[in-house]
Design a protein around this ligand. Sequence first.
Ligand code: URA
Length: 240
Amino acid sequence: MERLQKVIAASGYCSRRKAEELIQTGHVAVNGIVVTELGSKVSNKDRIEIDGEKINKEQKEYYLLYKPRSVVTTTSDDKKRKTVVDLIETNARIYPVGRLDYDTTGAIILTNDGELANLLMHPKNKIDKVYIAKIKGILHPTMIEQLKRGVMIDGVKTARSKVKVKRYDRKTDTSIVEIIIHEGRNHQVKKMFQAVGKDVLKLKRERISFLDLRGLNSGEYRRLNPKEVKKLYSEVDLKQ
Ligand code: URA
């Protein structure tokens, strides 16, 4: 459920302020009944009319955000922390596809296209998610093998993954490891490394399918173009 003025603004009919004015002055009806209260909430199923004319459904929007640290991956936060949605200027009711932890940085898609969001999140569609993890110490070949084959986290084995050690820094005794997974379980990468006895010090998602962070700095975002949206759909269609 969303506030009526937000839904009207998200349809592109007018600004939120103008929508509030229209509501208060009796121009807006929900399911045939005039509503003048600003607090009213509506769902997708409600029919909204302004002066007797039905408003259009909101246009689909797709964004790729380079999530910074210290931002939560939700649409609103009880503790009033900044959310990924706050970083994007739009009236559309977008939400993040999947989740990155508060301290994880990198690529995240936001959209109001529920169909695509669900398809991208479903593990059966095997969308590559490429992470770069900084870990303490050395990742031994047996650990790499375990991670590749799948490890037990929360009592369930993870699917196969691809793992590559990019470099080891002797001075700091840390390694940079690329890991590619398809699933999106809670804290999955950190828990996978924990399962082989390694703590993740830093985590960044570099790529989702073919979408990487090129051209974006931390905190920046861009809209996906229609070709990219089509390609995302074809990535999931092919795997149906
Ligand atoms: N795995 C994690 O542990 N954290 C993330 O933010 C994403 C994947």
